[in-house]
Design a binder for this molecule. Sequence first.
Ligand code: BES
Ligand code: MN
Ligand code: ZN
Length: 500
Amino acid sequence: MEFAATTATPGKFSSACLIVGIYEGNKLTPSAAAADEVCGGLIKRVLKGGDLKGKVGQTLMLQQPEGLGCQRLLLVGCGREKGLSDRNYRKISEAAAKASVASNAKDALCTLSELPVPERELDWRVRQSIEAFGQASYRFEQMKSKKSEEKHPLHKVNFPHTGRADGALVKLGILQGRALIAGMALSKDLANLPGNVCTPSYLADQARELGKRYKTIKSTILDEKQMEKLGMGSLLSVSRGSRQPARLIVMEYSGSTAKNKQKPVVLVGKGLTFDAGGISLKPGPGMDEMKYDMCGGASVFGTLKAIAEMELPINVVGVVPSSENLPDGDANKPGDIVTSMSGQTIEILNTDAEGRLILCDALTYVKKYEPDVVIDIATLTGACVIALGSHAAGLLANNDELAARLLEAGQKSGDRAWQLPLWEEYDEQLKSPFADMANIGGKEAGTITAACFLSRYTKEYTWAHLDIAGTAWKSGASKGATGRPVPLLTQYLIDKAKGH
Ligand code: BES
Ligand code: MN
Ligand code: ZN
């Protein structure tokens, strides 16, 4: 889908679908009022009919509005005029995107970015709208032999602006929004692919593709032999149980033009292309969803694509340790003790707590980049789904400044996180009588003890951990990857590149 800025006014612009907002109490937004004048009061007459009450997210599609240069007029309820919240602005955008994507319109003029949202600039409003169009138009049909016929005709959305200053903001919003939805789509595609297609080697190939496509990205893949040499005994113990060889995928994005080399932000994403639990086998129902156990890794791919598209002036290294976790004669057994790259030994009491086993070696590996900050992203614990549901990612960090920045980026992007404590009391739950630590900390506070485990490998740098077990995909009828937390990470990097 294409997005463009235009100075045409709603009355003059000719398009297949004009999208305007209507507040409660039959109050017209400026663009609705302008359109109403051109079409001889049609909107006011329709509103008197009472089919659209201006409630947030209500929509009404009118056909062939006389006098307007548009074949359709989509009225979108915007709620009360004063104090429109971020969330309601998003709901309005989503409703508009859904209705126009469902129509037969080929292009649209979306005027909703004119709605004032307290503390949010025009570029933010355009970007949020584009995200809604990206969401509404996303399809995953790679694995279907026949493409569905209902593929939406909508392929271009225009955003109006009134002058030079406005135009710059609209263009910035378009640039960032376009890049963001491209990154999210990549992240969703990789995540939605089944485990028999999306293997560690497949992910490695995708990294090579990114390296080919963007001259700012350099990809390097480490195979098992190379990992062995580095002493990654913890990571390799997980992949021993699988016929698919593990990969350590490294993607270096160099966007900074600073002469003295800027220290990178390092993103480390859990890339379990399937997690059956290993010998501590998971129960059968719903196990298919464990193909999504690489969503942390997918978000690293998506974020790198987004910032490469934006040509963001910052250096970022993406690292995705990737493996399967399956039961096998050679798989980890409960009670096994392995030695990580850091030299610390781990007693594996539950082979299903495998994410931390591959992440810890990747977290040790990234020290070589002398990172400014390291953020790992992982579908790490079922406990996080219980604690925060599907609305917020769990955030744990060894640095409050970094945590605050990430929370802020979550608020701004609408892809929120919520902080949990990393106290020593929790860390003590990881004691093992036989090794330096156990890989599980008991029933209580599973999200925190998992993060405590990781924190033992991140002492030498500023680090945060995002547990996305609840937010990365949806189950049930609308099963599918969400593309989260690409918006949060991208926002964080945009702010960081600005020199915060
Ligand atoms: N990938 C899972 C976590 C998970 C479970 C994410 C359900 C999303 C939904 C992870 O590898 C895992 O199995 N964790 C265990 C840890 C436990 C054994 C300490 C869990 O959460 O049950
Ligand atoms: Mn597991
Ligand atoms: Zn897992």
